[in-house]
Design a protein around this ligand. Structure first.
Ligand SMILES: C[S@@+](CC[C@H](N)C(=O)[O-])C[C@H]1O[C@@H](n2cnc3c(N)ncnc32)[C@H](O)[C@@H]1O
Length: 271
């Protein structure tokens, strides 16, 4: 039986794989267990592009923050932020503007604890535990309201998290509530596990989705049109639209990366 290290908060079950730890392992981080590593190795076996996709998603996150910073955004609310690893949002945002403020939110207590310990001494970045399916508990959380000024534009980052929100949780209504809390000129960043259009690719993805059924956060795949519908009428989806994450303003050094049609990304501006 796996021994719980002292960095695991009470109540965390380390005998079932968890999205945050699986992704941390995929990106080469340090906070995962045997079940998470086994899950990822099986997922890679089923979907050989999975590793490229995880890195491409993280690169998309970094590019979107730099793009937003260049557009004048200084406040970020990162929901489903994950376990801190390479290229964390506050590092990228505060490199662009040392005054930038970042609020992290994750459902996973390990992600929250690790973020808290990393952010000690950084007055402009904080973390809370929260559930995207209950957006009001995030948007009106005292720590969020203390750090972020919603009278000014805020970028809400929801990167590689919507596929953990099933249709029964009404994701479009969640986005609409987020939009209601934002002033015009705010942004929403989305990335999502999307369908491969080849029959073999669809089969691979269906198998990976099945694997996630045995985790606390089962996964749902959505097409580009479904992701656009999820973003809804409160936001304008900016060019180049809902696209493969690798096609969203790729950096010249990423130009040789293999395309990852299974990971969709978009940046939208609040109307
Ligand atoms: C694949 S990771 C993405 C991390 C980061 N956003 C990135 O793209 O690099 C997904 C994260 O979403 C979190 N998550 C899943 N469901 C969530 C929910 N309902 N509310 C908040 N976070 C959630 C998981 O714990 C995990 O840390």
């Amino acid at each position: 039986m796996t021994q719980k290290p002292d960095w695991v908060p009470g109540g965390v079950d380390i005998t079932v794989p968890h999205a945050a730890r699986i992704y941390d392992y995929a990106l080469g981080g340090d906070h995962h267990f045997e079940v998470d590593r086994e899950f990822w190795e099986r997922a890679k076996g089923l979907m050989p592009g999975a590793e490229v996709l995880a890195r491409a998603n993280r690169a998309f996150l970094g590019r979107s923050i730099r793009w937003l910073a260049a557009a004048g955004i200084t406040q970020f609310l990162d929901i489903g932020s994950g376990i801190p690893t390479i290229g964390n949002v506050h590092e990228v945002a505060q490199e662009a503007d040392p005054e930038a403020k970042v609020m992290y939110v994750d459902i996973d207590p390990i992600a929250v604890e690790q973020s808290r310990s990393l952010l000690r001494g950084n007055p402009r970045a904080r973390v809370i535990e929260g559930d995207l399916r209950e957006p009001d508990s995030i948007l009106y959380h005292p720590d969020v309201l203390d750090l972020l000024d919603f009278a000014r534009p805020v970028a809400v980052l929801t990167v590689a998290v919507w596929h953990f929100v099933p249709d029964t949780a009404k994701p479009a209504e969640i986005v609409s509530k987020i939009g209601d809390a934002l002033v015009k000129g705010s942004y929403l960043v989305v990335s999502h596990l999307g369908p491969d259009t080849t029959p073999a690719g669809l089969e691979e993805q269906a198998r990976v989705v099945k694997l996630y059924e045995n985790t606390p956060t089962p996964a749902t795949i959505r097409s580009a049109a479904e992701v656009a519908a999820l973003i809804g009428p409160g936001f304008d989806i900016l060019d180049p639209g809902v696209t493969a994450v690798t096609d969203w303003f790729p950096d010249p050094e990423d130009a040789d990366d293999p395309p990852t049609p299974t990971g969709l990304g978009a940046v939208a501006r609040k109307r």
